[in-house]
Design a protein around this ligand. Structure first.
Ligand code: FPP
Length: 211
């Protein structure tokens, strides 16, 4: 969801205002995606590298995650199931504060019965960390390291292969996001920042996935 900061800067607002708008837009895009029968929507909310951002910005983004995971009533109305992926809370280096952990656990538990779209939020997530963890876990379980044992030990092995990756705000590179799962995916690039990403853009991305 790139470009929150740029969206704010262009309006003379602090970066945090862009993130707030980004969270609102994610809620809006979830509503649209449900009407388009999207099965799985996975968003990169906070990366393992994002902790180096200024402390006030990090705190603000954490608060927005609590807010998003707190939208349980709305998600239940939409029949959306929430999942989280990222560094397990108890592993070395993992830094998710307790209040975000609680919000994540509650949202996951309180939407577990929903049967519609699965919304996965990647928080404290990095693809390389995920792959290292998968290899270690496969070895711990006495399995040989193979494509299937890595796949089975990803944070969320149930996630299907990615059909389309969306990159907003003119970013034309692949980041540390779902590197294992995006093999063969289409990539939809747009100059629009994340807060400007609307239904028409989502439809264009979905059309690319289907082509
Ligand atoms: C990128 O914008 C966005 C982030 C680092 C993550 C924060 C995302 C949100 C707050 C959207 C809402 C999502 C959740 C899950 C609460 P940027 O800071 O990289 O902007 P820039 O590229 O213009 O600098």
């Amino acid at each position: 969801m790139d470009g929150n900061g740029r969206w704010a800067k262009r309006r003379g607002l602090p970066r945090t205002a862009g993130h707030t708008e980004g969270e609102e837009n994610l809620a809006a895009i979830v509503r649209v995606a449900v009407t388009r029968n999207v099965g799985w929507l996975t968003v990169f909310g906070f990366s393992t590298e994002n902790w180096v951002r200024p402390r006030t910005e990090v705190r603000h983004i954490l608060g927005l995650h609590r807010r998003l995971f707190g939208r349980v009533e709305e998600l239940n109305q939409l029949n959306v199931q929430v999942k989280w992926m990222g560094r397990p809370f108890d592993t070395p280096g993992a830094r998710t504060p307790k209040y975000v952990q609680r919000a994540i656990r509650k949202a996951v538990a309180d939407t577990a019965q929903n049967t519609g779209m699965v919304l996965t939020v990647a928080f404290d997530y990095g693809s390389r960390a995920e792959l290292v963890q998968a290899a270690l876990d496969a070895r711990r379980d006495g399995e040989i390291v193979s494509e299937s044992s890595i796949s089975n030990h990803l944070y969320l092995p149930e996630l299907p292969p990615v059909d389309v990756v969306v990159r907003t705000s003119g970013e034309r590179r692949i980041s540390n996001f779902m590197l294992w799962q995006i093999v063969g995916a289409r990539v939809y690039f747009t100059e629009r920042t994340w807060p400007e990403f609307g239904a028409a853009e989502l439809d264009a991305a979905l059309a690319l996935a289907a082509s």
